[in-house]
Design a protein around this ligand. Sequence first.
Ligand code: F6R
Length: 363
Amino acid sequence: EKGNHRHFMQKEIYEQPEVVGRTLSAYVNAVSGRVRPREGVDFSKMTRLHIIGCGTASYAGQIAEYWFEGIAGLPVKVDIASEFRYRNPAFLEGDAALFISQSGETADTLEALRLCKAAGIVTIALVNSPHSSMAREADIVAPTLAGPEIGVASTKAFTCQLSALAALVVLAGAQRGRLSAEEQAGHIANLMAVPSLMAAALKVEQAIDRLASELAQASIVLYLGRNEFFPLALEGALKLKEISYIHAEGYAAGELKHGPIALIEDDVAVIVIAPHDALFAKTRSSIQEVRARGARVIAITDRPGADELDGETSAQLLLPRLTGMAAPIVSAVAVQLLAYYVAVHKGTDVDQPRNLAKSVTVE
Ligand code: F6R
């Protein structure tokens, strides 16, 4: 049931503080400040982790790649399932594979899992549907507790995937001797704050609602970000194209000069995910470049970022100040709401966008 919400997608966006909290509780022992070990998961012996999924799930994997490598020192290779399964992948001693899927039934992801099992690789399924094929067939199941997701465009499943992945990163850092007890507790505290930060982030709704009518006129929308905000830019663009049918692309901000800047003209809107972090100055210069060429720039940022960008953007969407792994998880709320309100403004069928199915069980 949609309750007070107009669409399932809106309801599912608003459920995120609750379901992310529930998912984190399944992984974290809040009293000890540790992530509970998962039977069969030993990150200490892994040489490399393959992360495989489709669409939004693969973007969750791309965000986790920054975390596993940067925080736990674990080399990661992310693949789109449909590419992985047909490219005759090469394996190393000590490889493991993690499959991310809301449904647990996506045909390409399931076949990639079967390929890894046949190759003798340890398989972990990060799935939202506990009775799905992937949950049955993988060696190890890592659950997300998002509850049923009805809207075709994935929202709460994505942030629950990120939250579970972040917890696994802390476990990996502990098992690999990369994180002291104090550092683990720091990451856990950062993650346990996600539900309340998300609730605060949902307040950008009003500002987004005001922007939607203008954005709905854009011929192209580019999303830019750096580090973990690059895959989040990909996710923002996917969400917008899925439900509003506006052509949107996500790029790493540093790639702008290598091609996409040629697209910039008056009716192009650029959404820049620009938290005030270590790379802010670089992201700011990307903003200046696209603005100088006539694009309408909307920054998703925080108070310090907004102060520095004053006068350099057409609009700003203010999120709470975010750090650590919480930052991309909480920021996801802004790109979801943006896509949602543009679609509502355009009058599209938000929960059942044309040509799309909730679960892609055929190739
Ligand atoms: C995007 C979306 C799709 C799915 C993809 C994978 O909003 O919903 O890109 O993320 O089809 O589906 P699952 O996670 O069920 O394997």
